[in-house]
Structure formats: structure tokens, C-alpha cells
Design a binder for this molecule. Structure first.
Ligand code: ADP
Length: 289
């Protein structure tokens, strides 16, 4: 089970280069696509989901070319878009049943079995008779996953699923995704570093349409070991430090500015070494020096 993206590029009519020579190999499990807003994440996901075409490059799922086999790919694909609308006056059970008909599950018995099992899987069985309009953000997202799983996909694509969810709902949603990822390729995008940390076996950072880093989160963190330093500074010194050092992050600690710097060799001058985290990996790639 593998998705291979090779040299994918897309320029929109307005000249925006949304994807530039993107190449990724995505195995079974959770794959996190991390990048700031406008990086190209949705463009990439919509292209994999056969909803738009690239100008160049190929996407191959288990030997099948995605662009030239759209119909076949849709049969094994689940997709939860960033904006997922529901009919507010329908119950979860009725809408899921209706969507199952549209997905071609014509046998009533089979449909009932699938719908019931998905309502259980997404923890919505108890609220199946309630109208979707009254669902919380997390419940709506779980319903979104239930509909994406109707055809038992081998590839599940989820675009920024945790936006607007509170921590408890986010956790519940992560648990659901990682359970699905045990026998599915799950690609999900986010601009929240924390989302990736404990969840993904593999990840890529995308910025301005380009893959700037890819690998396993722990290995990427390891590569920064001994190269991240921290210092308390005065507010007025920030510009100086930004011009002299690779400042990957500046934040406030108890109201006082603190900077995090990337340096290949040990730093004196009041800097202390700190343990690198995934946030450092991310900002070291995203920030411009
Ligand atoms: P992300 O999902 O990472 O926020 P997108 O893929 O939505 O990024 O967008 C990548 C870039 O392409 C952005 O600069 C965005 O404004 C631009 N873009 C996205 N969709 C279109 C479109 N249909 N037409 C023109 N530009 C677009």
C-alpha cells in the first residue's frame, strides 16, 4: 500500500505557483502535511483526491495512475474537505444512509450494517437520531469521517480537520484517525505543529508550494540535536539578534522576550543549549533568515 507523488507542479491562472516539483512517497499509516496557510496543502490534497489536475507530474496509488484512472481511484478514496457542509435538519443516521445510497451501496441490509458500524466507529451511535445542525464541531468532523469511510477506502485524505476543535475533541479525533491508519493510508494537513508530533509516522513540511523537509518526526527532531540555543533578550535587541543569528522562534516567557536560535556550532554569549522540538524543526524551515 503506497502513494507515490512524483514531480507534481501546479500554477493557477493568476500566476500563483501552488505546487512546485512536489515528490513524496507515502506508505500506510498517518502522514502529516504541515505548512503555513497558503503553502499549497489543499491544492495537493484536491489533486490527489482527483478533484483538480496538476500541470505536470504523476500520482500513483498501488501502481494505478491517479490522474488517468479517476473513476477507479474514487472507489478506493475517502475525502474530508476543509469545508464540509451537512444538512442541518437531517439526522446523522438518515444522511449517512442517504450518502451510502449515492456511493452505490444499494443493498438495504448491507447499507444498514455499514452505517451502523460507522456510527459506532465514530462514536456517534448514541446521537444518530439527532439533527446534524445541533452537532458540535467535533461531532460534525467525526460525521465527516464516517461519510468518507463509507466505501472502505485504502486512501483517506483529511484537509485541516482539527480547525476549530477544542483539545478534548481534537484528541478524540486523533484517536479515530490513528485507528483508521492501522490499515489505510491517511494523509492529513494542518498548520498546527502539535497535531503532527505524536500522531504521524511520516511527515512533510510544505512552504510556498515546495516540499522543504520530509521524514519521520523523531528523526527530523534528532537532526537538530545540539543545534538549538536559547537566550533571554531585551525587546529592543530583537532586530539585532535577527540580523546576526538564525532566529527560528521568538516568544514571550513571563512577559519577557526569549529567542530560539539555530546554530551548527556551540554558541557562547549567554546562549544556552535547549532540547529541540518539532516546532524548532518547523520554524527552522519556514522562517526566512
Ligand atoms: P493551503 O491549503 O496550504 O492554505 P492552498 O493550496 O489553498 O494552500 O493555496 C496555495 C496557493 O494557491 C495560495 O497562494 C492560494 O491563494 C492559491 N490558490 C488556491 N486556490 C486557488 C485558485 N482556485 N485560484 C487561484 N489561486 C489559488
Amino acid at each position: 500500500m503506497q502513494l507515490i507523488i512524483d514531480n507534481l507542479s501546479k500554477t493557477y491562472d493568476n500566476g500563483v505557483k501552488a505546487l512546485q516539483n512536489v515528490s513524496l512517497e507515502i506508505p500506510k499509516g498517518m502522514f502529516g502535511l504541515l505548512g503555513p496557510n497558503g503553502a499549497g496543502k489543499s491544492t495537493l490534497m484536491r489533486t490527489i483526491a482527483t478533484l483538480q489536475d496538476a500541470d505536470q507530474g504523476t500520482i500513483v496509488l498501488d501502481g494505478l495512475n491517479v490522474q488517468s484512472n479517476k473513476y477507479a481511484i474514487r472507489k478506493v478514496l475517502g475525502y474530508l474537505p476543509q469545508q464540509f457542509g451537512v444538512y442541518p435538519k437531517m439526522s446523522a443516521e438518515v444522511l449517512l444512509n442517504h450518502l451510502a445510497v449515492l456511493k452505490g451501496i444499494t443493498s438495504k441490509t448491507e447499507r444498514h450494517e455499514i452505517v451502523t458500524s460507522l456510527l459506532h466507529k465514530t462514536n456517534l451511535y448514541e446521537v444518530r437520531k439527532q439533527n446534524l445542525g445541533g452537532f458540535s464541531g467535533g461531532m460534525k468532523q467525526r460525521f465527516g469521517i464516517a461519510q468518507a469511510l463509507l466505501n472502505n477506502p485504502t486512501l483517506l485524505i483529511v484537509d485541516e480537520p482539527t480547525a476549530g476543535l477544542d483539545p478534548k475533541e481534537r484528541n478524540r479525533f486523533y484517536n479515530l484517525l490513528s485507528e483508521i491508519a492501522e490499515d489505510t493510508i491517511v494523509i492529513f494537513s494542518t498548520h498546527i505543529v502539535e497535531d503532527i508530533k505524536e500522531l504521524c509516522n511520516n511527515m512533510a513540511i510544505i512552504n510556498k508550494g515546495q516540499v522543504v523537509l520530509k521524514g519521520k518526526p523523531l528523526e527530523l527532531i534528532d537532526a537538530l540535536k545540539g543545534k538549538v540555543y536559547q537566550k533571554n533578550i531585551l525587546r529592543t535587541e530583537l532586530d539585532y539578534y535577527k540580523s546576526e543569528y538564525k532566529v527560528i522562534n521568538d516568544k514571550l516567557f513571563l512577559g519577557k522576550p526569549i529567542i530560539q536560535v539555530y546554530n551548527e556550532t556551540p554558541l557562547g554569549d549567554g546562549f544556552v543549549p535547549v532540547e529541540a522540538g518539532l516546532e524548532d524543526v518547523y520554524f527552522s524551515q519556514i522562517n526566512e533568515y
